[in-house]
Design a protein around this ligand. Sequence first.
Ligand SMILES: *Cc1c(COP(=O)(O)O)cnc(C)c1O
Length: 351
Amino acid sequence: MIGVRPELADEQPYGAPQLDVPVRLNVNENPYPPSPEIRAEMAAAVAQAAAAVNRYPDREATALREALAAYLGHGLTAERVWAANGSNEVLTHLLGAYAGPGRKVLAFTPTYSMYPEYARNTHSEYLTIPRAADFTVDLPAALAAIERHQPAVVVIASPNNPTGTTTPLASVRAIAAATEAVVVVDEAYQEFSNHPENTALNLLGEYGNVVVARTMSKAFAFAGGRLGYLAASAQIVDACRIVRLPYHLSAQSQAVALVALRHADEMLARVDELKRTRDEMLVRLPQLGVKVIGSDANFVLFGEFENRHDVWQRLLDQGVLVREVGPAGYLRVSAGTPAEMEAFYTALANR
Ligand SMILES: *Cc1c(COP(=O)(O)O)cnc(C)c1O
């Protein structure tokens, strides 16, 4: 039988290990499930959707996109918002529409490990430029790379995963002004930022090539619901509509996400607490003899370990799962509940 495409031959599926351990601080989830009242409303919404499950769902997810536009503010409307099964799918739609064979995607490393996979899956060439020493995008290097490589898509994660670093809006603006490329600002963690108002949503009116990607998986405590979205020009949204599979968002996904959005305040209620938990790590980790990198997200990088895999395993042996990712010698840990954090600190002290 024929083998897979040659570029897939030695590939492994994306895999943060999903291990059933007591303390899971490895994929930046919000550790707090919704209240019983919201759960009941979600269940009722699913039951209502079930009454029409013989029919295809709204292909355009109009009600959901209206709700997302209202949540984002900035004068956005449904025509300028796109939604899909996680921002992973949103980004795949964008690359499907604007990258592809003979086109290049530029990103700034270290950054999100899925970007090269989206590029590969859409047959695009993936180029990277190292970030500056403080992990912001190195603006002169970025502008030089854009000039030299003429990418079709530029992706900037801000706050960045796995470093937690925000790239100043002035740098994003300079990049957007310097290229015809689609400039995607992946703001998966923006709600956790110390300055959430400094969002690239502020640039949408000025630059038609800017896209802001968001997700309900992190601050919104909705990772299991699989709902990501973007805000951009209507033209870019229309391009995503061309490449999406028909009826990509199930009726259940749309209905449950609408309930979550209706209760946005409550779904986001723990964000301030999680920010304090993150900031506390900046104090407590050095007390345990490790360096920690300042973060605007709900996780931090800590190290440096001569053998980070050993430390990862020692923590896991004590029931604490963190992520082996990022610069050499570092591990990443998500902000959890107070009990989870104490378990993490204790395990790290016994490393
Ligand atoms: C978690 C994350 C996402 C979002 O993933 P979903 O598919 O929406 O769950 C996107 N970008 C970055 C940088 C992330 O860390």
